[in-house]
Design a protein around this ligand. Structure first.
Ligand SMILES: Cc1cc2nc3c(=O)[nH]c(=O)nc-3n(C[C@H](O)[C@H](O)[C@H](O)COP(=O)(O)OP(=O)(O)OC[C@H]3O[C@@H](n4cnc5c(N)ncnc54)[C@H](O)[C@@H]3O)c2cc1C
Length: 323
């Protein structure tokens, strides 16, 4: 009891004349935080909106698609700062104030990215609204660390939007990469393929009429091709967004998802320019050498493997290095 009274004496008094929502009314737990007012700490200077007061930043992708940046955390920053500052702030918590003297912010961000010290990059959050064809969404959804909320084709009618490449962008199956296509196919075959897509799209009329006649939307959608568009909100931290971009801006990714990834990169660049630059330098435009490759370069001997694909990859790396 005596102890409780002593504690009470040190608690701040509530100002009854000025009600404040941050002040708790609970008085039943004298030594708990519920009786303490929330301390409201003002920033050192007025904060500015990183998105300059805009509702969203949007880029079109293909004929019907788009990617829009809807929000970012931190959104309010000190004048002259970007979201890079949140990364630096988080890193300084782990490294202590001493780091401040030895490394300036840019060098610190670049060090963190180079050495895969990833959690400070998770302090930045990005929220996008995307409209993309189903076949792109299928690849995109494999990135499991994002929070996703997708348009419901059980609840609503699917809008009449389908992906159709231009004649010039119909690709030929690659002979070296079974997963990809590279150069354009001849115009005649491309036209025939576009007619095939048009035929698949024509199912939409029957989809509409059968849903009007009572077929459940959740079932009727099964008749639509994977070129139909879907939409979602996609929220992800910067570290995992960069991981997504590393895989999907890469030339091995399908061209259509690359187009979205490159548009996403353009949207986030102004928000975290130092991080984006480091990402280009140490990730997207960098390359890794295997132990076998290092040995082969050092010794001037062929790569110690019979694997044709690995050998071809080594040749490509040597060409890039001018060897
Ligand atoms: C060029 C290319 C070709 C591809 N081809 C195919 C294919 O043919 N077939 C196919 O199925 N997929 C394919 N994929 C998808 C690929 O295998 C990955 O699923 C996708 O790139 C997501 O990568 P991720 O798992 O690293 O990302 P995220 O899901 O974002 O995960 C990031 C990291 O978090 C960890 N993590 C996340 N969730 C879990 C979990 N539940 N359990 C354990 N660890 C977790 C893992 O360490 C993971 O690496 C392809 C991807 C690319 C880029």
């Amino acid at each position: 009891m005596r102890q409780t009274l002593l504690r009470r004496r040190h608690l701040p008094r509530h100002n009854k004349a000025m009600p404040d929502p941050t002040v708790s009314n609970q008085v039943d737990a004298p030594h708990s935080h519920s009786e303490l007012p929330i301390e409201r700490i003002k920033p050192d200077s007025e904060l500015v909106d990183l998105m300059r007061g805009d509702a969203r930043w949007q880029l079109p992708v293909h004929q019907h698609g788009f990617i829009a940046l809807c929000d970012v955390m931190p959104r309010l920053v000190m004048p002259g700062q970007t979201a890079d500052a949140a990364i630096v702030q988080a890193a300084r918590v782990s490294y202590g104030a001493g780091t401040k003297q030895v490394s300036e912010d840019r060098a610190l961000v670049r060090y963190l990215l180079r050495h895969r010290h990833t959690t400070p990059f998770e302090m930045v959050e990005l929220k996008f609204h995307v409209a993309m064809p189903m076949f792109v969404a299928r690849q995109w959804i494999r990135h499991r660390t994002a929070n996703v909320n997708e348009y419901s084709a059980r609840y609503s009618i699917v809008p009449d939007r389908f992906y159709r490449p231009t004649v010039e962008s119909v690709r030929k199956q690659s002979s070296v990469n079974r997963q990809g296509g590279d150069e354009p196919i001849d115009a005649g075959t491309a036209q025939e393929f576009l007619q095939l897509l048009e035929g698949a799209e024509s199912n939409y009329r029957s989809y509409l009429s059968l849903t009007e006649r009572g077929v459940a939307r959740e079932l009727a959608r099964a008749a639509l091709p994977v070129s139909v568009y879907t939409e979602w909100y996609w929220k992800c931290d910067l570290h995992n967004t960069l991981r997504f971009l590393s895989l999907r801006m890469d030339s091995h990714a399908q061209q259509e998802i690359q187009d979205f990834a490159k548009a996403m990169y353009r949207l986030i660049h102004p928000l975290a320019p130092v991080t984006c630059e480091a990402f280009m330098d140490y990730d997207l435009q960098a390359m890794q050498l295997t132990r076998l490759e290092i040995d082969a370069i050092r010794s001037g001997q062929p790569l110690a493997t019979q694997n044709k694909r690995e050998t071809a990859e080594f040749e490509a790396k040597k060409a890039r290095l001018g060897l």
